[in-house]
Design a protein around this ligand. Structure first.
Ligand code: N2P
Length: 382
């Protein structure tokens, strides 16, 4: 299916969902918590997980399999839009999925998820109440989902290559990516953007000094103008390729997600070719996102899903994930988290920076449709 057609279908499904689901091809399922045993597993010893790429320590999966005798089928994606299309079509066969909060909120309204059974999640006690509170803006009372990781986005950059081209480069500013006079200097060494339209649009709005939650036509025209002005300097738009490309020196600047850029930093260091990768949450303010563990209403193994989610919430396991993927997890931080990660302001922002983060807002289907069209024009350069 073409991207345009897919986005049209998606908008139609969402529109129907928001309008009370009359005629929706995916009416809301019974959203009451299913009878989930507190300790037991499902008869079939399988759990089907759909998570972001580069987002788990693989030994966590093998340890879960060993401890519970439950096989984990693990698939990956790198776009909320891809996940949402599957969820709204239904019958995904997934037991655990990981939407970002802004998407989770409207998917809850569309009846995609079942309520979590807190009795089956004893590690709930280890959650950071502040993170849970932030997640509750998308999911009141944390009814349907629990935070896996939370993230920021900003410019990741090759320290040396940027310095060579612009010694006084504003590396802590959105100007790195959105000011044509700045980003043009780095076009030759490779610049990429995330393929995450609503998130990038919030970032451009912040750069323009506008409300990052704005949906006004005037502001969207300003965003499109700003994106068109930098298009000649963008080599590609993709949400996972940039990790290796930054690490190998194939590109020198990427609008990336905090932990992914830190993974690029570590991969570059391990390769020992003298490449140093930096990341700052922009001083104008950054976009934050909460990636949430949730169970589809029609999940075939809801008990196993609860066991898996509870396992991920265990502080020692959450810390192992954070230590490898470099994202802040939903638990109250423990000493199991490596010091360099715990003290990295790009991963665990200090209070003054936290105050400058704008959580990505939930968008309506109409607005999403406008953004999708704009984004297609931008990507195809037409
Ligand atoms: C993992 C990216 C997760 C952050 N590679 C985007 N929600």
């Amino acid at each position: 299916m073409s991207t345009a057609l897919r986005s049209l279908c998606l908008s139609a499904v969402l529109a129907a969902a928001f309008a009370g689901c009359s005629g929706s091809p995916n009416p809301p399922a019974d959203q009451s918590a299913k009878p989930t045993s507190t300790t037991g597993a499902d008869a079939e010893k399988v759990v089907n997980v759909y998570n972001w790429s580069d987002y788990i320590d693989p030994t966590v999966i093998t340890d879960f399999q060993k401890e519970y005798g439950i096989k984990v089928n693990y698939d990956v994606f790198d776009s909320n839009e891809v996940l949402e299309t599957k969820l709204l079509t239904g019958h995904t066969n997934y037991d655990v999925v990981v939407p970002s909060g802004a998407f989770l909120a409207r998917q809850i309204q569309a009846g995609v998820y079942q309520k979590l059974n807190r009795a089956a999640l004893p590690n709930w006690k280890d959650l950071d109440p502040e993170v849970a509170k932030k997640a509750a803006q998308y999911d009141p009372d944390n009814t349907y989902a629990v935070d896996f990781m939370w993230i920021t986005s900003g410019p990741g950059f090759n320290v040396e290559k940027i310095k060579q081209r612009m010694p006084d480069a504003p590396v802590d500013s959105w100007r790195m990516l959105f000011d044509p006079a700045v980003v043009s200097k780095f076009a030759d060494c490779g610049v990429s953007l995330l393929d995450a339209p609503t998130e990038v649009i919030s970032a451009v709005l912040i750069y323009l000094g506008k409300d990052p939650n704005s949906t006004s036509t005037e502001d969207m025209q300003a965003v499109e103008k700003a994106l068109t002005a930098i298009r000649p300097y963008i080599r590609y738009v993709h949400s996972s390729r940039y990790i290796d490309d930054l690490a190998n020196g194939e590109t020198c600047l990427a609008l990336g997600w905090s932990g992914d850029v830190k993974q690029a930093h570590d991969r570059a260091k391990e390769a020992g070719k003298g490449i140093d990768i930096g990341y700052h949450i922009p001083k104008e303010g950054g976009v934050s996102n909460y990636d949430m563990l949730a169970i589809p209403a029609d999940a075939p193994h809801p008990n196993n899903a609860h066991l898996f989610i509870n396992f991920l919430m265990r502080p020692e396991i959450a810390a192992r994930n954070t230590n490898l993927i470099k994202y802040a997890n939903g638990d109250t931080p423990t000493p199991d988290i490596k010091e360099d990660i715990r003290n990295d302001p790009g991963v665990y922002p200090p209070p003054q920076m936290l105050a400058k983060l704008y959580p990505e807002p939930m968008r309506t289907p109409d607005f999403t449709r406008i953004v999708t069209r704009m984004w297609t024009r931008f990507k195809t350069n037409k």
